[in-house]
Write a protein that binds this ligand. Structure first.
Ligand code: HEM
Ligand SMILES: [Cu+2]
Length: 653
């Protein structure tokens, strides 16, 4: 009945127990809170079953915030271990637990925080920026979200039942093969990646079609906001890269489950092949994360410099160039594995070339600010911090793209410092920039600025304190993923400083939670009554805040690059003509599909074959039911739209 799942799967050591216990307590607290406030029905009707891209976007961000918190706890645990596990002291974590933590940390952050916040913001903003009412396939969007969440749940489940992989977040064989890792840890990793990856691929297709097919009249490709361009490039990368990941992970699963030999060293298999394929996905993946962030900065800088974006066309071409180049550099992740001088030189040079279009973008942002009337709001703070950290991280990357140097610093803490500079400095700061910028559009009120700035300073100084020591440690020879080192290395002081940095970041997150709570409390003071709190340029600011569920009362028509800006300059204002609106009805099928996919993966991991069969049938049934429903939607009459719009307009008069 329970397959391989026995009582032995539950935790043994005290600290592991605490991890599981904290998870269960958090879950209980959430359930109790919802029950106490009698919000179950509201949660189901308004959120979980919604096909509205804005609701889905907010749910992505909420789930990512939860995962961010979990990933940060992992990080702090590692930092505490490394600060004290020196010489005779072995620290407070066992070796096996430490391995699970660094694997879970990386997987959580890349797959469920990075991807989640990016897809969250794209969901929120993109349809409105192109003047659309929703994405091309709203039900598919809902399914993608539930597949994403269900993937994340595997990592959370592993805190309570069984262990997580201890292989590092890219799970190289032979270590991740069945011979060296017979437990279920790697399977948790495999299924969380496989299921959330399927969701990402579906989203990639969905948004690509949305961008190509749903733009409002007049919005040619070269009139799209840069955030839309960044997202389009990301979708292209997703569509090309994720199938590679899916196939790779499927082959590793098959090696583990069915005894095939794709990646074993005997019977003709080759572990190098896995490493090749994982980076053929993994390198584009880092651009999947960063390109929308570039887009966010390209929206924010012009608005707060009160100028148009400098060099629009070069921005677009830089994105296109990066998209292409990101597919021909993956080998820089294994320069040290014996590919030979010619191959290494080729990939080294290609990697360096990426810095060129990236540099173009950085200069364009700076030129946008040049002679602008700069307004220093929180989003601008995040942008300025990004320019500094990202540039340092990029330069470290260019250094490592020289194979001879990479031989020295590969898999050292220098590498860790590099990618955290670009991912925290780029993706995470980019998200926070977009979050504080677009927040009023989706809630109807602004975030508290002083608390936002406090959070910023803790994050920024915390980031520097946590990662500058790692550059130095890396150059001193400290390798990544160490759970213990000798006293004679002299590394401990730097590790202590890095640990302090992690704590500062945690305080920053505390301020962000506080900021959210205080902002909700003070929402009446900070109301956005105009829909355009920042003097914006693009279409999303032309509709009221919070954005009505149908987005636009009348489909907009654009003639310029910054259409809303142009409309504000125009002297003759057109009166909107209201029309009938069709919107998709709610459905619980996406939620059921996601829940079943989680149980399906869980069944395979623990060899509960009855569960696998039952949930597979269930998933097919969900899809058949949906297809039989003939895309249910509801219609809003023009008169109803007019009524809502007048109500919104009169609200603040
Ligand atoms: C100018 C741009 C960049 C250059 C030249 C560059 C170069 C490199 C090189 C050579 C490595 C391999 C180092 C090694 O394993 O020894 C690497 C690793 C990495 N880079 Fe970058 N990079 C750049 C931008 C970025 C960006 C924008 C991101 C993320 C948004 C990123 C994320 C990563 C990650 C996650 C790894 C390694 C992960 C791991 O091994 O676990 N890089 N980079
Ligand atoms: Cu790379």
């Amino acid at each position: 009945m329970f397959g391989k799942l026995t009582s032995a799967a539950f935790k043994q050591d005290f600290i592991e127990h605490m991890a599981g216990l904290s998870m269960l307590l958090a879950l209980l607290a959430i359930v109790a809170l919802i029950t106490y406030t009698k919000r179950w029905k509201w949660l189901w009707v308004e959120w979980l079953t919604s096909l509205d891209h804005k609701r889905i976007g907010i749910m992505y961000i909420a789930f990512s915030a939860l995962m961010l918190f979990k990933g940060l706890i992992d990080a702090v645990m590692m930092r505490v271990q490394q600060a004290f596990a020196v010489g005779d002291s072995m620290g407070y974590l066992t070796g096996s637990h430490f391995q699970q933590i660094f694997t879970a940390h990386g997987a959580t952050m890349i797959f469920f925080v990075g991807m989640g916040v990016i897809f969250g913001l794209i969901n929120l903003v993109l349809p409105i920026q192109i003047g659309a009412r929703d994405v091309a396939f709203p039900f598919l969007n809902n399914i993608s979200f539930w597949l994403f969440t269900s993937g994340g749940l595997f990592i959370l489940a592993s805190l309570v039942i069984g262990k997580y992989a201890g292989t590092g977040w890219v799970s190289y064989p032979p270590l991740s093969g069945i011979k060296y890792n017979p437990g279920t840890g790697v399977d948790y990793w495999l299924w969380s990646v496989q299921i959330s990856g399927a969701g990402s691929l579906l989203s990639g297709i969905n948004f690509m079609v949305t961008i190509f097919k749903m733009r409002c009249p007049g919005m040619s490709l070269m009139k799209m906001p840069i955030f839309v361009w960044g997202s389009l490039a990301t979708m292209v990368l997703v569509i090309f890269a994720f199938p590679i990941l899916t196939a790779n992970v499927a082959m590793l699963s098959s090696d583990r489950l069915l005894g095939t030999h794709f990646f074993t060293s005997d019977y003709g298999g080759n572990p190098m092949m896995y490493i090749n394929l994982i980076w053929a996905w993994g390198h584009p993946e880092v651009y999947i994360l960063i390109l929308p962030a570039f887009g966010i900065f390209s929206e924010v800088v012009p608005v707060f410099s009160q100028k148009r974006l400098f060099g629009y066309a070069s921005m677009v071409w830089a994105i296109v160039a990066i998209t292409f180049l990101s597919f021909i550099v993956w080998l820089h992740h294994f320069f040290t594995m014996g590919a030979g001088a010619n191959v290494n030189s080729f990939f080294g040079i290609m990697t360096m070339i990426i810095a060129v279009p990236t540099g173009v973008k950085v200069f364009n942002w700076l030129f946008t600010m040049f002679r602008g009337r700069i307004v220093l709001t929180t989003p601008m703070y995040w942008f300025l911090a990004f320019i500094g950290t990202f540039t340092v991280g990029g330069i470290a990357g260019v250094l490592m793209s020289i194979p001879a140097i990479d031989f020295q610093v590969h898999n050292s803490l220098f590498l860790i410092a590099h990618f955290h500079s670009v991912i925290i400095g780029g993706v995470v700061f980019g998200f926070f920039c977009g979050y504080s910028y677009w927040f009023p559009k989706f809630t109807g009120f602004k975030l508290n600025e002083p608390l936002g700035k406090c959070a910023f300073w803790f994050w920024f100084i915390g980031f520097l304190t946590a990662f500058i020591p790692l550059y130095i440690l890396g150059l001193m020879g400290a390798t990544r993923r160490l759970n213990h080192y000798a006293e004679s290395t002299g590394w401990q002081p730097l590790f202590l400083v890095a640990g302090l940095g992690a704590l500062l970041i945690l305080i920053g997150v505390g301020f962000q939670v506080l900021q959210l709570v205080v902002s909700i409390k003070q929402r009446n003071q900070n109301r956005d009554t105009t829909g355009d709190p920042w003097n914006g340029r693009t279409l999303e600011w032309s509709i009221p805040s919070p954005a009505p569920f149908y987005n636009f009362a009348a489909t907009p028509e654009v003639h310029e690059r910054d259409p809303f800006w142009a409309a504000k300059q125009a002297t003759i204002k057109e009166k909107p003509r209201y029309e009938e609106i069709h919107l998709p009805s709610n459905t619980g099928l996406g939620f059921y599909f996601g829940a079943l996919s989680f149980l399906f993966g869980f069944g395979v991991i623990w060899f509960m074959w009855w569960l696998v069969i039952a949930t597979a049938i269930g998933m097919v049934a969900c899809l058949i039911i949906r297809l039989a429903q003939n895309t249910p939607e509801y219609t809003l009459k023009a008169s109803e739209v007019e009524k809502i719009e007048t109500e919104i307009r009169n609200r603040y008069v």
